[in-house]
Design a binder for this molecule. Structure first.
Ligand SMILES: NC(=O)C1=CN([C@@H]2O[C@H](COP(=O)(O)OP(=O)(O)OC[C@H]3O[C@@H](n4cnc5c(N)ncnc54)[C@H](O)[C@@H]3O)[C@@H](O)[C@H]2O)C=CC1
Ligand SMILES: CC/C=C\C[C@H](O)/C=C/C=C\C=C\C=C\C(=O)[C@@H](O)C/C=C\CCC(=O)O
Length: 264
């Protein structure tokens, strides 16, 4: 996909990986819908981007992605404002093993709902223009995470759902490619949740173990995740791909058996 002139919808856009993705997409000439729960951070993000790219290039929508009505309204506002939707990035995520139901709601249920809502608009069989959907998982979606079992489960679910819906989109000729990106640790405010009992709950006593893992594995710059996103969007051969990003191997892909090829 050629990015200039396209319209992208990014959840969790106000900071961290989402903010890095937004900036990369803007540099490529896309228009951006910035979707985030955090009103202050979202407005600050838009104000900063307006200075560099102009106010016409972005639209900020405060939205709780776990609220179906709000998420549907955000997609509707996108069409009303920009007239189309070409790229969807379901990026918003939390790390909360205490309120673990919230983790499932944000990280998995909202990704599934966002994907279905995006397909309603993008699927050429529905009169859409086609497009690309990227669901943000984690390396924790491919490996056990002893101190984050529910976060791990949510990300395993994102990968399984994304690979499955990508296969359906290919079989059904939706004109939409759907891929997932699985970073290791990335230098964003999410990492601060490790230090908080209200996030880690019973696993709070293991916070130093996680920090030791981060020391051992290293912490990635969000800009590398944004580069991986651009690769998945621009390269039309990717559908059902599981991109991994680590300090040790950079951008690479999970390889499945011949019967489970990630590229449909
Ligand atoms: N930081 C890391 O080490 C890694 C993060 N990831 C994933 O990357 C994604 C982005 O994470 P980060 O940028 O690191 O986190 P972050 O905490 O820096 O940013 C997440 C953004 O999502 C927003 N958000 C949270 N709940 C929301 C909701 N219900 N509705 C709308 N927006 C909501 C927050 O307000 C925030 O702006 C998440 O899915 C996370 O699981 C994956 C691998 C590693
Ligand atoms: C508060 C932070 C919460 C979540 C951050 C992130 O989503 C969770 C990451 C969990 C585990 C990360 C493990 C990282 C491991 C490594 O980077 C290296 O040891 C590579 C290990 C395996 C990679 C296999 C491969 O590259 O094919």
């Amino acid at each position: 996909m050629y990015l200039n002139g396209k319209v992208a919808f990014v959840t969790g856009a106000a900071q961290g990986i989402g903010r890095a993705m937004v900036e990369e997409l803007l540099h490529k000439g896309a228009a951006l819908v910035l979707v985030d729960l955090n009103l202050i951070a979202g407005e600050q993000c838009k104000a900063s981007l307006d200075e560099e790219f102009g106010s016409h290039r972005t639209l900020f929508i405060q939205c709780d992605v776990t609220d179906e009505k709000q998420l549907k309204a955000a997609f509707q506002k996108t069409i009303e404002h920009f007239g189309k939707l070409d790229i969807l990035v379901n990026n918003a995520g939390v790390n909360n093993e205490k309120d673990w139901e919230k983790t499932i709601e944000v990280n998995l249920i909202s990704v599934i709902r966002g994907t279905y809502l995006g397909l309603e608009l993008m699927n050429i069989k529905n009169g859409g223009r086609g497009g690309v959907i990227i669901n943000v998982a984690s390396l924790a979606g491919l490996t056990p995470a002893a101190y984050q079992p529910v976060y791990c489960a949510s990300k395993h679910g994102v990968i399984g759902f994304t690979r499955s819906i990508a296969a359906l989109a290919s079989i059904g000729n939706y004109g939409v490619r759907i891929n997932t990106v699985c970073p290791a640790f990335v230098d964003t405010p999410l990492l601060e949740s490790i230090e908080k009992e209200e996030n880690m709950g019973q696993f709070y006593k293991y916070k130093d173990n996680i920090k030791d893992m981060m020391k051992s594995f290293g912490v990635l710059n969000p800009s590398l995740i944004a580069k991986g996103l651009i690769d998945l969007i621009e390269d039309d051969s990717f559908n059902g791909a599981v991109m991994k990003i680590t300090t040790s191997r950079g951008i690479h892909f999970e390889e499945y058996g011949a019967h489970q090829k990630t590229k449909i």
